[in-house]
Design a binder for this molecule. Structure first.
Ligand code: ATP
Ligand code: MG
Length: 278
């Protein structure tokens, strides 16, 4: 059994309205464990609490009730905040808001510098991180010369250089074109294959389908938690989900009497099944 990196227990959170009046509820009793080495996608409608939940993972927000532990460290413990942020690295949606330096490699070095890592080790980590996201050859460039997908890969390299065990990505592909999206997903899959724990918040079902577990948020609660196969064959009590193309096609084929297996959720699964059947 894998161990949990992140443990969320009965977490409640609401935003305080500055102009007074009632608080805005965002999380309403969330229980969740993120296991070491897993790839979890978090989906759900706008305002369902996905980003708020992600910010609770590394003490950017502290729960009003309940608790969040990262490798056993309580996010409310002031003395552990840096250890927690080092363990769980975050990548956000807007590629332009995340890069702080005028040279790519300085940007990737920023995290480990703040952690007080020795310069020689920083050099090694930065080079390794840039290679992991296929951006080593661009290390001397200014971030403004990069595409959105490349910028997000640099943001991911920044997290890798801190040696974070878990990477939480909040809609990292939302502002990218299709090729940028593919690049970033390719890197995410690669990091997962190498053992990193991944939490990917996304609006794209095709991306969520690549995870080994999908959590669906609805109104500050978890409405579903299971494998992609289970979600895509789940009866319709979840709000309308925009199913991946392969899942829609499989459903139509079933209506025509073709007995497509329930775990066929990608184009490749369908191709294999259809080619194998007579
Ligand atoms: N900084 C904030 N101040 C006040 N209310 C907020 C703030 N951020 C989020 N909210 C509210 O909290 C609730 C949950 O928002 P959250 O951003 O976590 O949802 P989300 O699932 O990430 O949505 P989206 O898909 O649009 O990114 C919503 O009602 C939202 O309006
Ligand atoms: Mg969000």
């Amino acid at each position: 059994m894998s161990e949990a990196i992140i443990e969320i227990e009965q977490v409640v959170f609401s935003y305080v309205r500055e102009e007074g009046g009632e608080n805005i509820p965002a999380l309403d009793g969330v229980d969740l464990e993120i296991l070491e080495g897993s790839f979890v996608a978090v989906i759900g409608p706008n305002g369902s609490g996905k980003s708020t939940l992600a910010k609770c993972f590394n003490a950017l927000l502290l729960p009003e009730k309940g608790r969040v532990r990262v490798r056993g460290m309580d996010t409310g413990d002031d003395e552990r905040v840096w250890d927690i942020r080092k363990t769980v690295g975050m990548v956000f949606q807007n590629p332009d808001n995340q890069l702080v330096s005028s040279i790519v490699e300085d940007d990737v070095a920023f995290g480990p510098e703040n952690l007080g890592v020795e310069p020689a080790e920083i050099r090694e980590r930065v080079d390794a991180a840039l290679r992991s996201v296929d951006m080593y050859e661009h290390r001397k460039k200014g971030p403004h010369l990069l595409s959105g997908g490349q910028k997000q890969r640099i943001a991911i390299a920044g997290v890798l250089a801190m040696e974070s065990e878990c990477i939480v990505l909040d809609e990292p592909t939302a502002m990218l074109d299709p090729s940028g999206r593919r690049e970033v997903m390719e890197i995410i899959r690669r990091l997962h294959a190498r053992g990193k724990t991944i939490v990917l918040i996304t609006h794209f079902m095709e991306e969520a389908a690549q995870a080994d577990r999908i959590v669906v948020m609805e109104k500050g609660r978890i409405a579903f938690d299971g494998t992609p196969g289970e979600l895509f064959t789940h009866s319709g009590d979840l709000q309308d989900l925009d199913m991946p193309f392969a899942v829609q096609l499989a459903a139509r084929l079933r209506k025509r009497g073709i007995d497509v297996p329930k775990d066929a959720i990608s184009e490749m699964d369908l191709v294999e099944f259809l080619c194998a059947s007579k």
